[in-house]
Design a protein around this ligand. Structure first.
Ligand code: DGJ
Length: 730
């Protein structure tokens, strides 16, 4: 990685037909394969002149045209690095402020920049900008992850004006991308049908992805997208930018095709109801926007993000995860100590690492026997658990498995002691009727006392039960009637809610750095890299129907790695247990079933599958993901994980359509193997009493053969899911 400042001599500029001028400065933010190049002209206007493949000769950045203009940029800042509103700008701004004197404009000129290596393979470039008329500064931060080709970008705003400045819009990132055409893949959904992709060509004007839900912010639309340049996104070819905002609250991502047919991309906190009053001497730091550029399709883009996430973001991204048995669908709210201790034994018999006690274990005045009551009263329910959590932890441990627990600490039930004691801790409008999402309300985490309470709940349980080994952190309500009774700045609520949540999680992680934490939000209503700084894994959806999950997991996989994706085998759907198990194996596997109801074969199969999983999980968790056949386009879904050394691969294929004779009619071309290595193929998860047509063959194939001619996993209606292990043959 080199961060370079080039001063180009007049001679060079004069020789070119481009608009580089004498004295222009170039700031190149480079990773191994990509570059974002900023040009600073004589007036100090910083603009983006390149985002894409890194040039071999950095000196040639000086030859880049100003912004690939196909007409006139009246403002000279269509391609601004951070477009301020109110001055020359004619398009959607990145920054909108009202200065202390009421002036509604900003102008941002380059002051200086600096670069430093902040970790092995991580280089941070900071560009300092200032308004010439005001003591108002903006710092743009670009963290370039060399080996993963990921850039993490955020912004800090500060000033020393006489009175507060009102920040009306404060994006994390402002990018500029010239291409002939733009194809945006964004995702939408709702409870139990998360992450449905939609690819659209962008047309002139603005396309907005956003949320205003506050807490489970991406229930309808996550802050993640794929942007293909010139042609629709393909798996292994074409230019694709994968982007995602690391923020667990309201966000706004805007794509604007400008009059020159170039694309301005803005990503940040949603300015909706979120004007931020910034006091003199204070700083406001935006969340980070993460992006990766690939010229080898969306497959490479997602592999970049996975590698980055495992190495740089998710706690224990290279470490272990616990298989578990959850009791939610096995018991719902109806359990007691006897029932649970029997389930511990079942979990042990099955062969999982941990038992996870879900919702319903707490509250006494308003017992949590359904979803109407008790949230906020985090004391063991004496009727169900007379001996408390400590007893359960011990019982589980003596049955030979670890114990974990469900919490929903950001929430409160209208029927709870917490609500009675602290009505001012609840987000609601004083003169409006309360309106509930899943019969509950949200606590005001912008209030430091509420932060202390939430921290205290979790810390208290962990202190009392030091061997408690897992927490599932749920979040089932959006924010209605957004208002804080205690926040002096009502329009800070949405922003300070998320900041408050992160403060709590920072404190917890400082004390419990290795505790596995599952991020859950009534399914996948909150999956982003802001939260995944703290959580080891996430719950993608309550929909665990094997067939549905293929699609849901497939689409999450563009942004999030398998090691963080919790997949449980449950009774949802019509697929046999083999199918559901094979699907759950493509990530972090768990169960939410009544083990005692499994018949002999189902139990034997599941026990064996867990043992197999324990042997192969590292390839799934740490391997590179190659998508071979998309369920969106075929009656078959097929994908594989390949170890970094290319000596092992796990290959999963599923029938997703049920037309007559559908299946893998022809060989599927494998990807990611070493062409000169030799491989053997072995079928895993063969159901008791059935035979694998593949395991009879002793054939050895070169990687070249498998990637050129392919191999038929023989998927059909009788073999609707097939898991193959591809191993280097010695
Ligand atoms: C929603 C979660 O997604 C479920 O797994 C379960 O934990 C319930 N909440 C419990 O209320």
């Amino acid at each position: 990685m080199k961060i370079t400042l080039y001063l180009f001599a007049f001679l060079l500029a004069a020789k070119t037909a481009f608009s580089a001028a004498p004295g222009d400065k170039y700031i190149a933010i480079e990773t191994q394969h990509t570059a974002l190049v900023i040009r600073v002209d004589q007036d100090g206007d910083p603009t983006i002149v390149h985002l894409g493949k890194r040039l071999q000769n950095a000196a040639e950045y000086g030859l880049l045209p100003a912004n690939e203009k196909r007409g006139e940029d009246y403002t000279k800042i269509y391609n601004s690095v951070y477009t301020p509103a109110g001055g020359r700008n004619l398009l959607e701004p990145a920054l909108q402020v009202a200065h202390a004197d009421g002036n509604p404009s900003a102008d941002l000129r380059y002051v200086r920049h600096e670069t430093q290596t902040v970790a092995d393979g991580v280089v941070l470039t900071t560009v300092f900008l200032k308004d010439p008329q005001y003591p108002f500064e903006v710092m743009l931060y670009y963290k370039a992850y060399q080996n993963e080709d990921v850039i993490e970008q955020w912004t800090t705003i500060r000033h020393s004006e006489k009175k507060p400045v009102r920040l009306q819009k404060y994006a994390s990132a402002n990018l500029y991308i010239p291409a002939r055409k733009y194809y945006l893949t964004h995702f939408h959904g709702d409870w139990a049908r998360e992450m449905n992709p939609e690819e659209i060509p962008l047309t002139a004007g603005l396309k907005v992805l956003d949320t205003k839900l506050g807490t489970r912010a991406d229930l309808f639309q996550p802050p993640s997208f794929l942007l293909a340049l010139n042609q629709p996104a393909e798996e292994e070819i074409g230019e694709v930018i994968a982007g995602t905002l690391a923020w667990s609250g309201n966000y706004k991502i805007e794509f604007e095709i400008d009059p020159l047919r170039n694309l301005r991309l803005l990503a940040g906190i949603n300015p909706y109801a979120s004007e931020y009053t910034l006091a003199p001497g204070k700083e406001f730091t935006t969340p980070a926007f993460l992006y990766t550029y690939s010229n080898a399709g969306k497959g490479q883009a997602s592999r970049n993000l996975h590698r980055w996430a495992r190495k740089h973001r998710i706690p224990q991204g290279k470490g272990n995860r616990l298989t578990l048995l959850n009791n939610w669908e096995a018991t719902y709210f109806d359990f007691n100590e006897e029932k649970l201790t029997a389930l511990f034994k079942d979990g042990k018999k099955l062969g999982v690492d941990l038992f996870l006690l879900d919702d319903g274990w707490f509250a006494n005045k308003y017992p949590r026997n359904n979803d109407q009551t008790g949230l906020g009263d985090w004391q063991e329910n004496k009727q169900k658990l007379p001996h408390g959590l400590g007893y359960l932890v011990k019982e589980a441990e003596s049955a030979g498995i670890k114990f974990g627990i469900w919490l929903e600490p950001e929430m409160v039930s209208p029927k709870s002691e917490l609500y009675e004691k602290h009505p001012d801790w609840v987000i609601k409008l004083p003169n409006r009727a309360e309106y509930y999402f899943r019969n509950q309300l949200v606590l005001d985490l912008s209030n430091p006392k509420v932060q202390d309470f939430v921290y205290g709940v979790v810390d208290g349980i962990l202190t009392k039960n030091p061997t408690l080994s897992y927490i599932k952190w749920d979040c089932n309500a959006v924010i209605y009637n957004a208002f804080s009774a205690t926040n002096p700045n009502p329009s800070h609520l949405f922003v300070e809610y998320v900041q408050g949540l992160y403060k709590v999680l920072d404190r917890l992680r400082a004390k419990y750095p290795t505790l596995p934490l599952m991020l859950c939000s009534g399914g996948g209503g909150r999956v982003d890299y802001g939260a995944l700084k703290y959580f080891t894994e996430f719950w993608p959806s309550d929909n665990t129907d094997g067939l549905e999950r293929i699609f849901i997991q497939w689409n999450y996989s563009y942004f999030f790695p398998a090691i963080a994706t919790c997949n449980h085998i449950t009774d949802w759907g019509d697929q046999p247990i083999k199918f559901r198990t094979d699907v759950a194996m493509m990530g972090k596997m768990g169960y939410d079933i009544v083990v005692s109801k499994l018949d002999e074969k189902e139990l034997a199969f599941s026990q064996q599958a867990l043992q197999t999983y324990s042997r192969v999980k590292d390839v799934i968790w740490q391997g590179d993901l190659f998508r071979l056949a998309s369920p969106q386009k075929n009656d078959l879904a097929s994908l594989m994980y390949v170890s970094e050394k290319q000596d092992k691969a796990l290959w999963f294929s599923y029938l997703v359509g049920n037309r007559y004779r559908e299946g893998s009619q022809a060989p599927i071309l494998l990807k990611g193997l070493n062409p000169s290595k030799k491989y053997r193929i072995q079928e895993l998860n063969v159901y008791p009493g059935t035979n694998s047509p593949i395991n009879h063959s002793q054939s050895v194939y070169s990687g070249d053969y498998l990637m050129t001619v392919g191999f038929n996993p023989q998927v059909d209606a009788r073999r609707a899911s097939v898991v193959l292990e591809v191993t280097e043959a010695n």
